[in-house]
Design a protein around this ligand. Structure first.
Ligand code: SF4
Length: 341
């Protein structure tokens, strides 16, 4: 059975409702009150919308990449975690904190990497390569994690594979082929790659980026490694969303061309005021969510939906106990590896 191709994955044409400032404020106030009443904390990804990120920061939650979200949720004493992101992030939070209630604004927020790596097909792929250490990206279902030896995020993927290569291990990597190819190039490891991709990052165009660099010759180019090889090759810095943020803060440049989901621009503008951030080119201003540089699933994390989930206790994440216990092993390896660095 072949894995679903990226082009075959159904992508929602989701456009979030634009809120009037008064309505946004009222929703924020109501959510703030419910978070306090429910002993809950909001954990949001950098790709969620500005209002969600602001609310997380204002209420003592966090805005982070998926690795930091996982660690923050695990360590925080709150009884309920409200995870604003996509489903695998909610699942990871639940696996790491089974005693906590994990709510999400919606359970329909998927990820093309997760959807493109069905557990049964992936398991058969692993069976076909029994001599390889199975390393999977965090953007996978609990069932795929349960089949893995290691889970990694883009923050530590290169370091983990370097570590495994030094021990003489050969790697089976899934699901993002671009990130896998980048790791392979950086480490020289013997890797077989699953054929998955992120529908947002895959749209960044190398020729368009070349043209844009000519227009902004002093701009540093910051690229997420889920982007195609020709885009990554033009980067001054390749890294996770956290690495992109750090580069924007620490490099002396005042202009940056950024190739990742445009949700990060609100974080960049808040945390690095006075610098200019320019979106790397995708397929243009076309009508589809495949070329708008914003994840349609991340956009589903609307304030209204978040309030409804908190008020009604809906959209709770459940992971079967046996599956969670198996998926916990590679996740703990990931957190332990990061902690030891
Ligand atoms: Fe998945 Fe890409 Fe959306 Fe991130 S931006 S959740 S990798 S589809």
């Amino acid at each position: 059975m072949a894995a679903p191709s990226v082009a075959a994955i159904s992508v929602p044409q989701f456009v979030p409702e634009a809120l009037a400032p008064e309505r946004e404020q009222a929703l924020k106030e109501a959510i703030r009150a419910r978070l306090a009443a429910e002993n809950a904390v909001l954990v949001a990804h950098y790709y969620t919308d500005r209002a969600v990120q602001e609310l997380a920061e204002e209420t003592g939650g966090c805005v982070a990449d998926s690795l930091e979200m996982a660690r923050f949720g695990q360590k925080h004493p709150a009884k309920t975690l409200v995870v604003a992101g996509v489903r695998f992030m909610g699942e990871t939070a639940k696996i790491l904190s089974p005693e906590k209630r994990v709510l999400m604004p919606t359970l329909e927020a998927e990820c093309s990497l997760d959807l493109g790596c069905p557990p049964e097909t992936f398991s058969a792929f692993c069976d076909a390569h029994p001599d390889r250490t199975v390393v999977v990206y965090a953007n996978t279902s609990a069932a795929v994690k349960a089949r893995a030896d290691w889970v990694v995020t883009s923050s530590i993927a290169v370091a983990v594979v370097e570590h495994l290569k030094a021990k003489g291990e050969k790697i089976l990597w899934a699901p993002d082929k671009h990130l896998g190819g980048y790791i392979q190039k950086e480490t020289g490891a013997d890797m077989v790659l699953w054929d998955g991709a992120c529908i947002v990052h895959e749209e960044f165009k190398s020729q368009g980026l070349t043209d844009l660099r000519r227009a902004f010759p002093d701009a540093a180019v910051l690229v997420h490694p889920e982007s195609p090889e020709g885009v990554v090759a033009q980067a001054d810095v390749v890294g996770s969303t956290s690495a992109i943020l750090k580069a924007a803060e620490t490099l002396p440049n005042t202009q940056f061309i950024v190739a990742t989901d445009r949700g990060i621009f609100s974080t960049l503008q808040r945390k690095v005021p006075g610098k200019q951030f320019i979106e790397a080119p995708t397929a243009g201003n076309g009508a589809t969510c495949r070329s708008c540089a914003h994840c349609p699933w991340m956009a589903m994390n609307e304030l209204e939906a978040m309030l409804a989930s908190l008020e009604q206790g809906t959209n709770e994440i459940h992971v079967p106990e046996a599956l969670a216990a198996r998926a916990l092993l590679p996740l703990e390896r990931m957190l332990g590896f990061q902690g030891a660095r």
